[in-house]
Structure formats: C-alpha cells, structure tokens
Design a protein. Structure first.
Length: 266
C-alpha cells in the first residue's frame, strides 16, 4: 500500500478529506487497525493507563514508550506511526528532548513524535524538526499536566485560556509542527484554530470542525467498561465479547467438553 506520510495528512486537510487516527500499543492491534485503513496510529502515553494500569500518564518511561512503539511499527504497512514522548523526557532541556526524540526514531522506528504543550516547548519543537524529526503538537486538556489542572474537565472555556491556546497553536505551526491534537476544548474554539492553521488539527472531544479525529482504540472498542465521556462513540462491546468467550472456555474446561475428539492427536 501507499504509505501515509506527514505530507499526506497536510494534503488531506487542503483537499478537505478527514483524517482518521487511533491509538495502538502492540503488534497485533496495530496490524488490525492498519489493515482497516486508519491514516495515523498514535502510540499514546495513554499506554500508561491502558497497558500498565496506572492512574495517570505520568509514570510511563521513555524506555516503555520505545518498546510499545517498536511493537506497533512491526505491525504497520500503511499508517503513519506517531509516538508520544512521555512526561519529563522533553521538558527539562532542549538537548534532552532531542535525544529522546532521536531514540524514538532510531530505536523504535517511529515516523514522528508528539509533545504536549505550547509556548514553553516551541523552541524545543523547532530544534527537533530541524533535526529532521516530524513533530505533532497537543493542546487543550494535556494529560501530562493533570496535576496542574486538577480536573479532567473541558479546557479553554474562558477567554484568556482560549486566546492563549490559539496563540500556542500558531506558534507550534510556526515552529514546524505537521499537525496538532486538540483535546477536550469547546467546538467553537477548535473551529477557530482549525481555520487559522494550514496544518491539520486532530480532535478528541474537540468537536466536528477539526480536520481529523482520534480516539483511544480500547475505549472505542468497548474494552474499558466504566469510561463514558460525552465525546466517546463506542463501535463494539469487546468487554462483553471477551468476558463471554472466556467464561465459555472456563465452562468447557470444567465440564470436560474441551478438548473433544477432533481437538486432540490420536
Ligand atoms: O495518549 C493518547 O492516547 C493521546 C490521545 C488521546 C490524543 O495523546
Ligand atoms: Na498522549
């Protein structure tokens, strides 16, 4: 298949073709999602929650993210693979950020990296892009800052935070980002951001005006039972599918129905 590149997704914005993005953290899921025709696979630091069971995205390490990303890359033929740089792998110094981004490209085989934040990381973004590494930005409800926000509620509902977000978005485009995730902000604001940028915006809980949409695959597949935010559309109920299948297996083993005559070597 023709591979999706950062240029492809920028062109899609200008053609008015919506961009589809989902997360994956392992080989098998990446292979399934890629085969279904997704444009971008995000190896999100939501792996910290979904894969490792942590409460927040803060504990996951760069080494963990490199492992997940390398597994995803091996399963993908077509999609653009973007990898999150985790908390504290890029905030301390630009030099450290460049080393982290470089490891993600070199050791994991990512096609691009994603960093959270605006003005404070703009120079770092420029430096990573200058090194030949494509960067995606991420504004709005940036989960690595959850202890600063104190809540997972919608961001930028007040004028000051909205103005700052619009300015940050422009600065990130200026610094060379090829795309921008907008998380949990009012639809009106993401419309303004989307119209004022020439790079695509990819929304999660950011309304219909974004150039693309992203969801956590485990959420949209219904694997996480007790997560019901307004922005989440469920496309399957894999929780019940998996629990049902496993309980049937347990029953069949207990009743000695499994294995039967045809399921053994005689
Ligand atoms: O880590 C993640 O899954 C993300 C998406 C929700 C955008 O950053
Ligand atoms: Na993330």
């Amino acid at each position: 298949p023709v591979k999706v590149t950062t240029q492809t997704v920028v062109d899609m914005k200008h053609r008015g073709e919506a961009i589809s993005m989902l997360t994956a953290y392992d080989f098998t899921m990446a292979k399934l999602i890629d085969a279904a025709g997704i444009d971008i696979i995000l190896v999100g630091d939501s792996a910290s929650n979904v894969m490792a069971g942590f409460e927040t995205t803060l504990p996951i390490t760069l080494d963990h993210m490199i492992y997940h990303t390398s597994c995803v890359v091996r399963g993908v033929d077509r999609a653009l693979v973007v990898a999150d740089l985790p908390f504290m792998s890029y905030q301390v110094t630009t030099k450290e950020a460049l080393i982290s981004a470089g490891r993600m490209m070199k050791e994991a085989g990512a096609h691009a990296v994603k960093l959270e934040g605006g003005t404070p990381i703009v120079n770092t973004v420029r430096r990573i892009v200058d090194a030949g590494i494509p960067v995606m930005g991420h504004l709005g409800l940036t989960p690595q800052s959850i202890y600063k926000f104190g809540t997972y509620k919608v961001r930028a509902t007040e004028n000051q935070e909205a103005d700052q977000l619009l300015e940050d978005a422009r600065k990130l485009e200026d610094a060379g980002c090829f795309g921008l995730v907008l998380e949990k902000i009012p639809s009106k604001l993401s419309k303004m951001v989307t119209e004022s940028l020439s790079i695509p915006t990819i929304g999660i809980g950011a309304g219909s005006h974004c150039d693309g949409q992203v969801l956590v695959s485990h959420d949209m597949l219904g694997l996480n039972k007790d997560f019901h935010p307004r922005f989440l559309r469920r496309y399957a109920d894999l929780h019940n599918t998996v629990v049902g299948a496993v309980s049937s297996y347990v029953q069949d083993v207990k009743s000695r129905d499994f294995p039967n005559e045809k399921e053994q070597y005689n």
